[in-house]
Design a binder for this molecule. Sequence first.
Ligand SMILES: *Cc1c(COP(=O)(O)O)cnc(C)c1O
Length: 395
Amino acid sequence: MIPNQNYRQLQENYLFSEVARRAAAYRKAHPERELLHMGIGDVTLPLCGAVVDALKQAAEEMGKPETFRGYGPEQGYAFLREAVKGYYAGRGVELDVDEIFISDGAKSDLGNILDLLDRENTVCIPDPVYPVYVDTNLMDGRKIVFAAATEANGFLPLPDDSLAADVIYLCSPNNPTGAVYRRDQLQRWVDYANERRALILFDAAYEAFIQDPELPRSIFEINGARTCAVEFCSLSKTAGFTGTRCGYTVVPEELCFGGMRFQKMWLRRQATKFNGVSYLVQRGAQAVFTPEGQRQVKENLAYYRRNAAVIMQALEELGVWYTGGKNSPYLWLRCPGGKPSWDFFDCLLHTAGIVGTPGSGFGRNGEHYFRLTAFSSRANTEKAMERLKALQAAL
Ligand SMILES: *Cc1c(COP(=O)(O)O)cnc(C)c1O
């Protein structure tokens, strides 16, 4: 047996384990000090009532012979695909239910979609970004080129003539920078992809955090996207499904490369390697899209948004440069004093008891930046910002 040699190319992803290690060491040395976790990329508010009720009812159904369900459709139950279709229609994006695929989350599909791509493709990945795109392509041995996301381009790289990519990852609103592409900027990517016959993999996991009505929440709001893009979305951040697991992927009917229809290939891939998301979870997900579910989910999003506002206010008072926060749960700040990311991490930990995430962990261009998140509790967010302001002199 010869193991996949590409795994040798993977760098030890030590970002979150190193954060945890340093925080634990500090806690051990200073047990009296309360640590405030402002780096979490996980939600903290529980599932909303509408979802819990739907889960309970589905559990009851599963316990009765007349309503019990076995294997479901691999692509997802029609009731949920119809609900997703309605959600998109609410923003003026018309989809066919056959273009919507229910999954156990965006991360799985972002990795699984690579089954459909030849190894010889060159992929373009923004730097910094969610580390999953890089690692899944390294596992396959694909060539990666990076698109630099910097302060100069507002952390939103655009294509230029020198770029030779067959597959392009876009994440908007972005994790970790919180930057969101405008319509005209996404149009440039779509035009580039259509001209080059390249594929865009659009990660919309944070679309629900967009408040500005001018900003696109789906790549399919852009002309020409149906011939070049696949969109990945998830209820993880929108509705607190990180532990419940449900997402959806949109593969347009028109998407076709080398005479092969992508939607048909994806259906075949899913039918062969995936047996669908549990009936219970799909009923819970359906509840998110009901008027009551939407109202409740929006309350939770508003809570995180107010946390983001608390952080933004503090950073402004401190005169720290930052981006994100307005249309995203992430705040991306420039480390004061030009400190490297890990030095600033240690400084915040040791002087304020705040645990954040060093930007360098998301890519080379993340060095000298730092990520804070709005997913903590209000009390912790306020306390952390008070401590930060008290630190002004040290910054
Ligand atoms: C959290 C997150 C996801 C969602 O992953 P799930 O598997 O649906 O929980 C996708 N993309 C990015 C960039 C994320 O941060």
